[in-house]
Ligand binder design. Sequence first.
Ligand SMILES: [Cu+2]
Length: 470
Amino acid sequence: MNSRRNFFKHAGLAAGAVAAASVGRAALAALPEPVMQTQASTQAPLLPTTGRPYNPVVTLNGWTLPWRMNQGVKEFHLVAEPVVREMAPGFKAHLWGYNGQSPGPTIEVVEGDRVRIFVTNKLPEHTSIHWHGQRLPNGMDGVTGLNQPGISPGKTFVYEFVARRPGTFMYHPHADEMTQMAMGMMGLWVTHPQAKHPLIDEVQRDFCFLLNAFDIDPGSATPKIMTMLDFNLWGWNSRIFPGIDALPVRLGDKVRLRVGNLTMTNHPIHIHGHEFSVTGTDGGPVPLTARWPEVTVDVAVGQMRQMEFVADEEGDWAFHCHKSHHTMNAMGHNVPTLIGVDHRGLAPRIKSLIPDYMVMGERGMADMAEMDMPIPDNTLPMMTGQGPFGSVEMGGMFSVLKVRRDQAPGNYKDPGWYKHPPGTVAHEYTGPLADPARFKAEAGQSMPRAQRPTTDTEVRARKPSGHSGH
Ligand SMILES: [Cu+2]
């Protein structure tokens, strides 16, 4: 009796579902219209108009992919294709990406959403998408040959699974990975919690970006895909400083930064003026007892780190990878160190043979930021970026956190340079120098130098300013 009633109940539901399906069948059977992006600037957060509500993220120099609801399923359409990506004003790269850009658009869903992603391949070789960090049925994991056949050029595949746990994830091809990732194919995925979560705080600003690296010879536009380690362009979302947008926040905002690494080396991501805690990885939220304050977090290859802090110090705060070669743009790595080498006399002789010859490096490399050296077309200077006090002498993985009292909630417009209150900027000292007292206390050391004969080694140093007076 009971089972019979259940049978009719289920039958009724099934009939209803079929009826509902037949209503919009024509409209909904087709693929969702792929949405393309033509700009490389940071797009405003995409507020959800359908599906469950959430607080959207802001993708640095990127965007979130719109979706359509199809009978309760969130449907997205990714198109894998060659793209032209402006990596900074004055420099465009020929990359592979998704929907007009590299990296691809950020996908934002809510915990528990059933998600259907159509992937159309417009590349000249097969591809697939692996959904890095997700819990999903094995056949949806995207490893070509292992979980699915490759998606041939011109074909469309469909992936479908439930976004089971909240967090920050990534997506990238798992087919000819070396080529396709070196060409810029990757994207971010954020699954928002469906309710208040004890380990996921609400924040006022939620930024995300991917770390990526390219090897593009000065004057050319296509990455060298065989490069294993010696990349010359270090990017955040396929942008390089000064092409990376600033992160404007309001004084007192709680800020979350989600950073994923799909390069071939680790990146210690460092913030000035504040300390943060790592509140999540691509494995999920970090338990409260496992969090500690940091100003730098190493994001290893294939990892995501989610950092949170309260922006309670006004100003323009540098935010960058702490590997100093990663805040440089394209350069040759086989240049000898010339600090201290005396070029006088040599330069005029070389100039008579090579008119454009320039002496560089004998006082360090800071001159590089200012010298007007001829460089090939479609190439950025090695270190550049004009700040309020001159060249910032940076490139690559560098941006600025701009904390302002008057930055309106939800406003992501760059507020310009910080106006320092009078007397709060480091400045030249011109007064007299007194000898510190400790210099006079010769015998004050607890461990005096051993009394044994020494031979002096002569080191001849030339002072940086010393072109004259020797
Ligand atoms: Cu780095």
